[in-house]
Design a protein. Structure first.
Length: 314
């Protein structure tokens, strides 16, 4: 069994490396597509069963890739972060979010869960020493305003329960805690290793829902089951791996801010795939989300210091 250690790109080259931004974009697009699939699968599967089925498909996919690549186990130092992210993000977050979205309307859920990136930035600054750059704060404020606009435009006449609101808030907290737990682990293992074993731990935590999953799968339509498998293979196995790859090469705060592009993409996908024509207010909110992401991802240019001329003796 071999042990490999991830080596993030050096700060001076990370900005010129196209792979990290491409990985982040892949994650955002696939996570946006998950909302469409969850809508279908959630009609046939309860929150816990859906989370377990998704994590099972994700773990099998990631495990097969890990074996083919022969990466083995990450080092011992990575396991606290793997366990933390596995329990909080892969396990509790998925169950709580599935449950919460059944009790509140889509707009309210979107607004509450989008507190997550703000918590990530604050926890990253407090626990990881990442700091809070002004551009990141401004960008997140703009994106959160956009998420609120999208949420208000989508709320309509939906109903929200107190339990549903609490569950969505818990989802935001567990999402932030999972990301901040995962970041240090990426210093001691590859993105594939950290994602695979985090997903495995989340699946094990959801095993109490095994009986429910088996009984619901027997009655569920094929389309719902296929959507559950899709959630496991693409928005989980692939998207969480590309997320970890990008996270290893930037701060948790910047990566969290990137996810504010998800509401805008969900609006677009719902329009294209579900023929749900968005209102002008929804489109405006989506554009605000994208604008905020653009601001948060930019970096202030370092002041150029003049280079002294070489002395004649040099």
């Amino acid at each position: 069994m071999t042990t490999s250690t991830a080596r993030p790109a050096a700060p001076d080259t990370a900005g010129r490396d196209w792979r990290a931004p491409a990985a982040a974009c892949t994650t955002v697009v696939l996570w946006a597509s998950a909302f469409v699939s969850i809508r279908s699968a959630g009609e046939a599967y309860s929150p816990g069963a859906l989370a377990l089925g998704r994590l099972l498909a994700g773990t099998l996919t990631l495990g097969a890739i890990l074996l083919v690549r022969r990466e083995g186990l990450p080092s011992r130092a990575a396991w606290p972060g793997i366990i933390g992210s596995g329990l909080l993000w892969f396990g509790l977050y998925m169950v709580v979010l599935n449950w919460g979205e059944q009790l509140v309307d889509a707009g309210t859920a979107a607004m509450l869960v989008n507190i997550g990136p703000i918590l990530i930035a604050l926890l990253g600054a407090g626990l990881l020493g990442e700091g809070l750059p002004r551009r990141l704060l401004v960008g997140m404020a703009v994106s959160f305003a956009g998420a609120v606009v999208v949420g208000l435009s989508m709320s309509g006449h939906g109903s929200s329960s107190v339990l549903g609101v609490v569950l969505c808030l818990v989802a935001a907290v567990t999402y932030a805690g999972g990301v901040v737990s995962q970041k240090p682990a990426l210093r001691h293992g590859s993105a594939l290793q950290i994602t695979t074993f985090g997903c495995l731990i989340g699946m094990v935590a959801c095993l109490p829902f095994s009986g429910v999953l088996v009984s619901e799968a027997a009655d569920a339509p094929l389309s719902a089951t296929l959507n559950m498998v899709y959630l496991g293979v693409f928005p989980t196995a692939l998207a969480f791996t590309t997320w970890a790859y990008a996270l290893a090469r930037t701060t948790a705060g910047r990566m969290g801010a990137t996810t504010y592009a998800v509401p805008a993409l969900v609006v677009l996908m719902s329009w294209l795939l579900l023929d749900e024509v968005p209102a002008l207010l929804t489109v405006a909110g989506g554009l605000l989300c994208l604008a905020g992401v653009a601001v948060s991802r930019t970096r202030a240019r370092a002041a150029r210091t003049p280079v002294p001329a070489a002395s004649p003796e040099g």
